[in-house]
Ligand binder design. Structure first.
Ligand code: PLP
Length: 449
């Protein structure tokens, strides 16, 4: 593509004048004007091209502009761009069927939303109505979305400013051996102690007051911490013991990210409700939803479900989901994610960790990896403090700038960079990205104590 700085300047000027951006101090940001994108790359108006190791916000699981999905959206637009939610519509029916076919266990009914946060809102509402109980337990080091209830169950600093109306939300620590809250030295200890902590939280909160426990199957933005073997099945058992609805949030981890259709498949666990969004249609058109178990669906078989939205199951979004899921199956994209993750990404990251003292831990699976960057490997002191901003965050800002200079767009959160490229990235692209990370980590190394 030809560079076109004048157009880029106009795009940027209108953005700065009129677009109010998420999670930002509006005058302290400098959004890049993007001219186009294809596959694993995007480019700006000045002729700079970036390999997208962030998949947008971890949603372009099949990369940008997949021709079959673009064609399906065009075809749906030509035949039925939109329709109200109360009708049976082909694209919606087929999307629900394909999703239900892939979700574990008896999660066979699909309630569609516009994205992840509203999926979480509805899942928690369903759990409260199903149990008749008021409280929800959620984990620190989690993210569940930006709407009021979703942000309140979130366990990261983004919720602090919205900590009003938090009635009924109780947080607990989920397992994370590298930064254990339980003084554990092994995954088995971490698992056992985290389950004991959760069960005593349930006991002290009152089991009969708890509607739901919500967890990201593999926490995403909070750091890609794979739960130890036995943790999720242990939570499942506690939910069964106390009549609590188990909600797994697969908005980020679902649809192939972990090298399996859902992260829950890694653990053989079936929740009662599962939220999804992002990868369901690679984010080409906004779509999310809740997959609902037979027992919870039964609660609303004769009694109306008191919730809905104008665009529930929007035909354009659902047609994109149908095409995405078919493309993922036809092209073996989930299997590719597992294989390339295990054979190229993981060994590549472990090799970088050997040479770069700023890398404290490499963790993940499939196309879902985190590098936990530290000032000191022995103490595990993070490269920047928790929730650092401004000068305190300079080492991570320098790392990100160095990556971009190398043509790599990184995902950065606090003291971590996440390697979360499109699932269909090629081996050559993956290696190109690892080489760019190598250079950027040398900048992070300068801040090691
Ligand atoms: N849940 C998880 C695990 C997420 O990662 C996100 C977004 O990053 C959300 C929920 C919220 O989704 P959305 O931004 O589509 O509302």
């Amino acid at each position: 593509p030809q560079p076109n700085p004048q157009v880029g300047a106009a795009v940027k000027a209108a953005d700065r004048a009129h677009v109010f951006h998420s999670w930002s101090a509006q005058e302290l940001i400098d959004p890049l004007a993007v001219a186009g994108a294809e596959g694993s790359y995007f480019w700006d108006y000045d002729g700079n091209r970036y390999l997208d190791f962030s998949s947008g916000l971890v949603f372009t699981n099949i990369g940008y502009q997949h021709p079959k999905v673009v064609a399906a959206i065009q075809e749906q637009a030509a035949t039925m761009t939109t329709f109200a939610p109360a009708f049976a519509v082909e694209a919606r029916s087929e999307a629900a069927r394909l999703i239900a076919e892939r979700t574990p266990g008896d999660l066979d009914k699909i309630f569609f939303t516009n994205g992840g946060a509203d999926a979480v809102e509805h899942a928690l509402r369903m759990a409260r109505l199903h149990t008749g109980r008021p409280k929800v337990l959620s984990a620190y080091r989690s993210y569940h979305g930006g709407t009021q209830q979703a942000v309140n169950v979130t366990g990261d600093p983004r919720r602090w400013a919205s900590d009003t109306g938090t009635a009924g939300v109780v947080r607990f620590w989920a397992p994370f051996l590298y930064r254990s809250r339980f003084y554990a030295e092994t995954e088995a200890q971490e698992c056992e102690r985290a389950l004991e902590h959760l069960e005593s939280t349930i006991a002290f909160e009152g089991p009969s007051t708890i509607a739901a426990i919500i967890l990201e199957t593999v926490p995403g933005t909070a750091g890609i911490m794979l739960p130890p073997e036995g943790y999720l099945s242990g939570v499942r058992a506690l939910c069964d013991k106390y009549g609590i609805v188990f909600v797994l949030d697969e908005v980020m981890a679902g649809f192939g990210r972990t090298g399996t259709w859902f992260a829950a498949d890694l653990y053989g666990v079936t929740p009662d409700l599962m939220t999804f969004a992002k990868g369901v249609n690679s984010g080409y058109v906004p779509l999310g939803g809740v997959a609902i178990s037979g027992a919870i669906a039964e609660t609303f078989a004769k009694r109306p479900y008191p919730g809905g939205l104008t665009y529930s199951g929007h035909p354009l979004a659902c047609a994109a989901a149908v095409a995405t899921l078919n493309v993922m199956a036809e092209e073996g994209i989930v299997e590719h994610a597992a294989k390339l993750g295990a054979e190229v990404i993981e060994p590549g990251l472990r090799e970088l960790a050997e040479r770069h003292p700023s890398v404290g831990e490499v963790r993940g699976t499939g196309m879902f990896w985190a590098l936990d960057l530290v000032r000191d490997r022995a103490t595990r002191e993070p490269l920047v403090p928790y929730n650092a901003a401004g000068e305190a965050n300079a080492p991570m800002a320098a790392f990100a700038a160095a990556a971009k200079k190398q043509g790599l767009w990184p995902f950065v959160n606090m003291n971590r960079t996440h390697v979360v490229p499109p699932l269909n990235i090629t081996e050559a692209e993956a290696k190109e990205g690892l080489a760019a990370l190598d250079a950027a980590l040398s900048v992070a190394d300068e801040h090691v104590a």
